[in-house]
Design a protein around this ligand. Structure first.
Ligand code: OKP
Ligand code: ZN
Length: 334
């Protein structure tokens, strides 16, 4: 299986995050990549597909914000990473007047996603890795893996959040559509709901978005991922959520997965993209499912049995020591 990764994805190194009211070490660390690379085959550097495929998903003003936020923050005299702390949500107007503090609130959904000096560079090459994986599959490979980091599925058309800046899988899906694919299915098996991907394709009939995740009644991101969310307009019925209770283990997980896979079969996609997060792991430090290393091979085999051309895009997974084995266990089924 071809695996895509660019060394520049390691340049994004936020110092810390606000977690349950305390400042803690940043969970989404570059060490995650080291753990995965130890357990998988050699990686290939993606070629540069340019900014076009990124701009096909994210708004121009948001991309402009992302490119300059860290410098603007520094120019405003701040020493640490740029993080929002005021949000224009309570009947406020979307005012624009060039204050970095205000723009951080305008373009983010949480305070756990800092912009550090090289965040844009890392996010850019990260997206190129995702595009390269889908490009390989469009070129005839049965499957490919993008070792994406930072993750992408919480980033919306014009907002960052949940450690995510550019929505790698949405960029890859749109790239496939623009290359002539008629129907693309996205299956998100990260522990957290992929709110950004859902928002991006909310009104789209050509992209099916299905997510299995911790019930947002108890878990981040709370405001998305409930089972009554089905999409709107042309997208009605093309968003499908399977919220699962904390403590979910492999047997109950496979029941939901079987329902998700049957909806994918009915949709008859040309291509399948998977948002793969290993934060469903029993020992994940920020999550509460009971999935074990050997279970990832079972989940992978269930999905692979669809027989679809498949690009796998890395999302979360924060038990760094086990992350490589868990990811390798999943990939082996393809
Ligand atoms: C990213 B991905 C809870 C803070 C939650 C954000 C979690 C983002 C997960 N106190 N922090 O889906 O793995
Ligand atoms: Zn996650």
């Amino acid at each position: 299986m071809r695996i895509f990764f660019d060394e520049r994805q390691l340049l994004h190194v936020p110092a810390r995050e606000l977690h349950n009211g305390d400042w803690t070490d940043y969970a989404e660390t570059p060490a995650r990549v080291g753990s995965i690379r130890k357990a998988i085959d050699a990686v290939l550097a993606p070629r540069d597909f340019g900014e076009g495929p990124i701009a096909a998903v994210h708004s121009p003003d948001y991309l402009d914000f992302l490119k300059h936020a860290a410098n603007r923050w520094r120019d405003a005299g701040r020493t640490g990473d740029a993080i929002g702390y005021v949000w224009p949500v309570v009947r406020r107007r979307p005012l624009k007047f060039g204050r970095i503090d205000a723009d951080l609130g305008q373009y983010s959904m949480d305070a756990s996603t800092p912009l550090a000096a090289e965040t844009w560079t890392a996010a850019y090459w990260n997206a190129q890795s995702a595009i390269a994986a889908v490009d390989a599959v469009l070129g005839g490979e049965r499957s490919a893996f993008a070792l994406c980091r930072p993750p992408g599925h919480h980033a919306g058309p014009d907002y960052l959040g949940g450690y995510c800046y550019l929505n790698n899988i949405a960029i890859a899906a749109q790239f496939a559509i623009d290359a002539g694919q008629k129907r693309v299915a996205i299956l998100d098996v990260d522990y957290h709901h992929g709110n950004g991907t859902q928002d991006i394709f909310w009104e789209r009939g050509d992209v099916l978005f299905i997510s299995l995740h911790a019930d947002p009644v108890t878990d981040y991101p709370f405001y998305w991922g409930h089972k009554d969310e089905h999409g709107e307009g042309d997208g009605t019925g093309h968003t499908l959520n399977f919220p699962l209770p904390r403590g979910t283990a492999i047997d109950a997980y496979r029941v939901a997965l079987a329902n998700a896979l049957s909806a994918i079969r009915t949709f008859e996609p040309d291509l399948l993209l998977i948002s793969f997060g290993a934060d469903t792991f029993a020992d994940d430090p920020i999550s509460f499912f009971q999935i074990h290393t050997k279970d990832y091979a079972v989940i992978g085999a269930d999905i692979a049995a669809l027989g679809l051309p498949t690009a796998i895009i890395m999302e979360g997974g924060y038990a760094v020591d086990a992350l490589g084995e868990n990811t390798a266990s999943f990939l082996a089924s393809f």
